[in-house]
Design a binder for this molecule. Structure first.
Ligand SMILES: [Fe+2]
Length: 244
């Protein structure tokens, strides 16, 4: 079974569309979304409609999604503004798709969560190996897939108990050792922050026991133009080209 794992789409319809097409062309049978479907971008409704129609879609809650219902989740004014604008674009069924999303989803050997398997509602940022321990301990599965930081990364704990990290290369499969435990940040579909503007997602091949990160170029000029036209913060448009 090949699973496509997407995170931090942030209402970027162009980026989501290229990821979905690529995943389907590469044999993805099901899709899992790790949250932050909305926020920043100008296409919340079409983005959610596309997500809801994906085969076997499972989604977990992100902090931007939750901010639609619990205002304390997001504190910065410009993000708050985008959330209020987003709420006004969404019909009841789309709001329900987000409000009913769980914090954590477990299936087989994997845990799926937006920020961390440890206290997921606190939206902790796992930046480096020093941050990974509580997430590994709370997950209870050999694999944990996360988003939130918008930087693709693989953290792994080997038999010696040391946690290391590796920077994935696009299109190069990473075999998963049965003797290690992993926390895998799948990067961001709609707003990468690692200096690469390409939309990022992961294909998890459960039979082969390997994951592959993909980076895809898309028309971020079109996305940026929509953000400006909607009157959202122009910085949300500019950063797409920079991958910051
Ligand atoms: Fe995010």
């Amino acid at each position: 079974m090949k699973l496509a794992i997407l995170s931090d789409i942030h209402s970027n319809l162009e980026a989501l569309t290229v990821c979905v097409r690529h995943a389907e062309a590469h044999g993805a049978e099901r899709f899992i979304c790790l949250g932050d479907c909305i926020g920043y971008g100008a296409d919340p409704a079409p983005t959610l409609r596309l997500l809801m129609a994906l085969p076997g879609i499972v989604r977990v809650r992100g902090n931007h999604d939750e901010a639609l219902f619990r205002p304390v989740t997001v504190r910065l004014d410009d993000i708050r503004e985008a959330i209020d604008w987003t709420r006004a674009q969404l019909s009841e069924d789309l709001l329900r798709f987000l409000s009913e999303a769980p914090y954590v989803y477990r299936e087989g050997d994997a845990t799926y969560v937006h920020a961390s398997a440890s206290a997921p509602e606190q939206w902790t940022y796992l930046y480096g190996p020093q941050d990974i321990g509580p997430c590994l301990a709370a997950a209870g599965t050999p694999l944990t897939f996360i988003g939130h930081v918008h930087v693709p990364r693989v953290f792994y704990e080997s038999a010696d108990g040391v946690i290391r990290e590796l920077e994935p290369h696009p299109d190069v499969p990473i075999p998963l050792s049965p003797r290690s435990r992993y926390v895998i940040n799948v990067g961001s579909v709609g707003q990468p922050r690692d200096g690469n503007s390409g939309a990022c997602y992961v294909l998890y091949d459960t039979a082969a026991g390997e994951i592959t990160f993909h980076r895809l170029s898309y028309d971020y000029f079109a996305t940026a133009e929509k953000i400006r036209a909607a009157g959202l913060n122009p910085r949300f448009a500019e950063r797409l080209a920079q991958g910051r």
